[in-house]
Ligand binder design. Structure first.
Ligand code: UDP
Ligand code: MG
Length: 199
């Protein structure tokens, strides 16, 4: 990477969730990130426990309410009544429900954890993943390319929305999640052959 790019090189954490691994999409999804110029600096496959995945998410009231709001947005878009669907309009209550389903989901099979490094990595990875709900995600994004599920489907089946990937959304999430999945393991330091052309 050129010295001028130094200030905008970030690291971020990506998880290939159990549905991505089970569907044999790990290689294709990793390639999406690599092709943009993001460099794999740490990678492992883990069969996580329920307790471990429960501590992956921020679990703050804001994050729980945020998940509830995503369900409510999907209901609004689809013209559905939240009371009829889940018995409440309270984003916290819906978020708590989703949080429990997320623990089932992420502990249901092997997960691939990756640290990517590159220009604007946090935002670039989130952009490549697409919106949380595959139904609303742009067609070219990872979530929009490999699924069309939504909160309507998730809540009807009492499961988290199977959206293939997780990506940190803030520097604070990056710090927590890289420490959570990789502990004190140090990311690898190496140059990709195309770094000078990309920066
Ligand atoms: N999720 C869900 N239903 C919702 C909102 C979220 O099943 O209404 C799941 C989904 O798998 C999502 C995860 O909870 O990826 C974490 O939610 P967050 O709001 O952090 O979305 P993300 O950052 O993954 O886009
Ligand atoms: Mg999130």
């Amino acid at each position: 990477m050129s010295p001028n790019a130094a200030g905008i090189v970030e690291r971020t954490l990506v998880l290939l969730k159990p549905d991505a691994v089970a569907r044999g999409l790990a290689g294709q999804i990793l390639a999406r990130f690599e092709t943009v110029g993001l460099k794999i600096v740490a990678l492992k496959m883990v069969m996580p426990t329920r307790d471990f995945v429960a501590r992956h998410y921020p679990n703050t009231p804001e994050w729980i309410a945020g998940m509830g709001k995503k369900t409510l947005e999907t209901y609004k878009d689809r013209g559905l009544d939240p009371i009829a669907e889940v018995g409440t309009t309270d984003p916290m209550k819906i978020g708590e429900m989703v949080k429990a389903w997320n623990i089932d989901y992420l502990s249901s099979g092997p997960v691939v954890a990756v640290i990517f490094e590159g220009l604007h990595a946090i935002t670039t990875v989130r952009k490549l993943c697409g919106a949380t709900m595959p139904f609303s995600a742009d067609p070219g994004s990872i979530r929009g390319s490999y699924s069309s599920t939504s909160a309507v489907v998730g809540n009807a089946t009492k499961r988290a929305v199977r959206n293939l990937v997780h990506a940190s959304s803030t520097p604070e999430e990056v710090a927590h999640e890289t420490a959570h999945w990789f502990g004190t393991e140090k990311p690898c330091v190496y140059r990709r052959a195309d770094e000078d052309v990309l920066a």
